[in-house]
Design a protein around this ligand. Sequence first.
Ligand SMILES: [Zn+2]
Ligand SMILES: [Zn+2]
Length: 110
Amino acid sequence: MDDLMNVRTIQLNSGSIVIVWSDGHRSIFSPRDLRLRCPCAQCVDEMTGAIKLNSGSVSIGIEPVDSIPVGNYAVQFLWSDTHYTGIYTHQFLRTLCPCEICDSDIGNDS
Ligand SMILES: [Zn+2]
Ligand SMILES: [Zn+2]
């Protein structure tokens, strides 16, 4: 079942990031939303998990420049603001999927 969380393809566009999963699900992310959820130590307090990144500092027009696979469990994005330290696990990305199906599926994640 771990297979369900694997990224099959990532397509970087100027206004969207499209991820197709190994179960055939398709996630369409706003680049800025993903940038704002960057899980790296500069953007998130490692102790508390609180987001330190000031959303005002991330440009509306931010774009993904590149994506690099990390092992077979995560993806590292390079953003047009030159930030690249965030490693997004597939599982994390899937929980961020903004589609209606996943939105209604959050359930007990409180
Ligand atoms: Zn970051
Ligand atoms: Zn979804």
